[in-house]
Ligand binder design. Structure first.
Ligand code: MIC
Ligand code: SF4
Length: 758
């Protein structure tokens, strides 16, 4: 059965007229990204062209997806919006809260036991408001979305940065904070700055040890973690058509790691094959009727420089397997150069753990290719050196891979552990033995992110990102610098053997199968469903609206922390052990910025309380300022808030009395999250002025009472020696967003409207 087929058909029915309107408005051939954006305008048919990188545009996405770690906050907010049902098809997925420890079955049961309060809450809220719920063990949100909901030419948003994975089926799918999801579920327009467009032309065909993962590892090396900010990356060319749909998903997925708004591919045969294999021939039939609109115009792909803001070309014939890392996903190294680079940098070469899985690389094809490496090694009498952990992407993938013998192939490897169909180690849900010792070590995984401490909490774990087949090869050799293309291994008989190139199946020959996919449909009429939140719970807490702005300049503020260098959402609101508090704002606020490096002493979680002169943990110091009625600001570096969509990274500072975050530059989702929660997200006009801010400064806003679009603000930093610096800061708030700030949050405005309409 195809979910929401009627909705898909309606979207396709209006496509020809809307594309024609877009063509007339833009006045030139269209990229795929523009077709999807312009056919999803809130206003209907396009009446004007929007300026890329500048115009704010209202969109009407077709659907919403949420995962358990963000859905709690999204749905707690939705409950305040005063609606009885969601306005567009929406789903929630229980995937982030299950820890990987001993193996799938036991871990899943333990996950359910430990999180039952949260799962019951999600299940009943979904039931009440008409939201599909995918139960624990059903799979990772983005694989489940690809298998069931994604459709070419559609537009969706999701409360997870890797929502972009659905670009593998030709969607514009965008990661957002929960407050944005609330807008769409409440039937309102969703706003986004018209993205710029990066075209990536792929020629040739993958071969040998190279996989789709290497395309994005290479792109990440070229564009870096912020090179895609504000952009949609559109892939095209004969090389794109040679990739499987799930391979395209991998590439789009990790577009989040270059900060891209999303990535997408034109509708092609690989998508037809994948849709048909996942039981959606009806979507193929509907899409085929308007196929010309589901890809970019031929003129665009023939002369991409004229239509994209930037063009990159990659020849798949020449692409090499890459290992990216450590600590950042854009540090790209081709396998042949790895040894020298690792030695020069002192990266540990021995590997104890190798992990395959996460939303980016847990498809049937991924498992089949990795399994072929293991089979080959076993057949050649090679004993694996490292432990291989595997998290299949969904119950459907797991069930089918089990049936087709791939999981047994892994089991031949005595060190293999098959974990639950869930995020697991990718988000720090990993009880790795010995990690608390903090020893310097390396791991390799097929995930997308490798920020410090992310997988096992150990800051000295050097995590490297590679394709599932490379992860398998490294697991066998136990060495990061093993190059399977050139190197040999010694087998049990003392012979030197080479591993064969990976072989795999794009799709199961006998079709996908599953017993119980883990889906729970919502009640038709959920009005009588009760959603209980215990006032004494330490996991869930109903939200109190944030205070509106008093209309005055903020004065006498203190610098809570000046964060030095990389400050991702993992640094601002760590995941792993803290995921359990994602539904309880006050409790999770105790992790605020504990991973950020304090520029004044280069230590983490140690900042000066200017009221007492003593050093304390960031959340505690923030609470002390708040109790004393002293406002605070946070200062940061480039690409502040990179990584996750988690709005906790904006709500925690809001809750603990931080009024403004002043940085050199922001990652897109985080900046929007700050705005939505009624905070001031500001950037230096002159980034060097970051250096002028001192630990004991007092900060006064001089003209916040004249806050207006496109007008920089003036901040006065009064130093303890009596001198002052006047610092000019930019902001990107439009009229409506200033309204959110004034109201205390965007949600306060929605709730007010709902009360007025009641
Ligand atoms: C992640 O990969 O960091 C997460 C956990 O999936 C996040 C969402 C979250 O923090 O819950 C993301 O990528 O948005
Ligand atoms: Fe889950 Fe990891 Fe994917 Fe985030 S990146 S959704 S934690 S698998």
């Amino acid at each position: 059965m195809t979910f929401d087929l009627d909705m898909i058909k309606k979207v396709y029915e209006r496509y020809p007229v809307r594309v024609a309107a877009a063509r007339a408005a833009v006045g030139k051939p269209l990229t795929l990204s523009e077709k999807i954006l312009y056919t999803h305008l809130w206003e209907g048919n396009a009446s004007q062209a929007y300026e890329r990188g500048n115009s704010y545009v209202d969109f009407a996405p077709d659907r919403v997806a949420m995962q358990d770690a963000t859905a709690q906050m999204a749905l707690l907010q939705f409950m305040q919006a005063g609606k009885s049902k969601v306005a567009v098809p929406s789903t929630a997925h229980a995937d982030h809260l299950i820890q990987a420890r001993v193996g799938a079955e036991a871990d899943l049961q333990e996950g359910i036991n430990k999180n039952s309060e949260v799962f019951n809450f999600l299940s009943s809220v979904c039931d009440k408001y008409g939201i599909g719920f995918w139960k624990p063990g059903a799979g990772i949100i983005h694989q489940v979305v690809l298998e069931n909901y994604a459709f070419p030419g559609g537009m969706m948003i999701g409360t997870d940065s890797h929502t972009v994975n659905a670009g593998g089926l030709g969607m514009v799918a965008i990661g957002v904070g929960g407050a944005d999801a609330v807008d769409v579920m409440a039937g309102m327009a969703w706003e986004l700055k018209m993205p710029k467009l990066i075209g990536v032309k792929l020629t040739g065909k993958l071969n040998g040890w190279t996989s789709a993962k290497d395309v994005i590892l290479k792109v990440a090396g070229i564009l870096t973690v912020k090179g895609g900010t504000g952009c949609i990356v559109e892939y095209f060319g004969e090389g794109a058509q040679n990739l499987s749909a799930t391979g395209k998903g991998t590439i789009c997925n990790m577009g989040a790691e270059i900060g891209a708004t999303t990535s997408t591919f034109g509708y092609d045969d690989s998508m037809r094959r994948y849709l048909a294999a996942t039981g959606r021939q009806d979507v193929v039939d509907a899409a085929d009727a308007i196929a010309e609109h589901l890809t970019g115009d031929a003129e665009v792909y023939a002369n991409p420089e004229q239509y994209f803001d930037q063009v990159i070309e990659i020849n798949l014939d020449e692409l090499a397997p890459h290992l990216n890392g450590p600590f950042t996903p854009d540090l790209a190294t081709p396998v042949s150069e790895f040894r020298a680079k690792a030695e020069a940098n002192g990266w540990p070469l021995d590997v104890e753990w190798a992990l395959i899985g996460s939303c980016t690389n847990s498809s049937y094809e991924d498992l089949s290719r990795a399994a072929s490496i293991v089979e080959d090694a076993v057949a050649k009498g090679v004993k694996p050196k490292a432990i291989l952990g595997i998290n299949p992407g969904s119950e459907q993938v797991k069930f089918t891979a089990e049936r087709d013998g791939f999981l047994d192939s892994f089991r031949k490897f005595q060190s293999a552990r098959i974990f639950t169909n869930a995020c697991g180690p990718c988000i720090g849900q990993w009880d790795r033995e010995g990690s608390e010792k903090g020893e310097k070590n390396s791991i390799i995984h097929s995930f997308n992110r490798n920020f410090a401490k992310r997988a096992d909490g150990n800051p000295n774990t050097h995590a490297f990102v590679a394709s599932p087949e490379m992860v398998a090869a490294v697991a066998i050799s136990g060495r990061l610098d093993f190059n399977p293309i050139t190197d040999t291994l010694t087998n049990q008989n003392g012979e030197q053997i080479k591993l064969d190139e990976p072989k795999g199946l794009e799709l199961p020959e006998r079709g996908f199968a599953v017993d119980d996919n883990g889906y729970q449909a919502p009640s038709e009429d959920g009005s009588s469903v009760q959603v209980a939140v215990s006032p004494t719970s330490d996991r869930l807490q109903l939200l109190e609206p944030f205070e509106p702005w008093d209309g005055q300049n903020i004065t006498g503020a203190k610098v809570l922390i000046k964060a030095f260098g990389k400050c991702t959402t993992d640094h601002i609101s760590m995941a792993g052990p803290w995921l359990k508090y994602r539904g309880h704002l006050d409790n999770i606020s105790n992790n605020m910025l504990i991973g950020a490096v304090n520029a004044y002493n280069m230590e983490t979680n140690k900042v000066k309380n200017e009221l007492t002169g003593e050093y304390g943990e960031v959340p505690a110091v923030a609470r002390a300022y708040k109790a004393a009625g002293v406002p605070t600001i946070v200062v940061g570096d480039q690409n502040y808030g990179e990584g996750s969509s988690r709005e906790h990274a904006a709500m925690e500072p809001r809750h603990l009395g931080v009024r403004a975050v002043l940085v050199k530059s922001f990652a897109r989702i985080h900046e929007t999250n700050l705005k939505k929660q009624g905070m001031l997200g500001l950037t230096f006009v002159n980034p060097e002025e970051y250096d002028k801010i001192r630990e004991d400064d007092t900060v006064n806003f001089l003209d916040l009472d004249q806050f207006a679009p496109s007008h920089p603000l003036q901040l006065e930093f009064v130093h303890s020696d009596g001198t002052k610096d006047l610092i000019l800061v930019n902001h990107t708030y439009n009229e409506q967003q200033i309204g959110w700030f004034k109201a205390g949050s965007a949600l306060n405005l929605i709730a007010e409207e709902a009360r007025n309409n009641a």
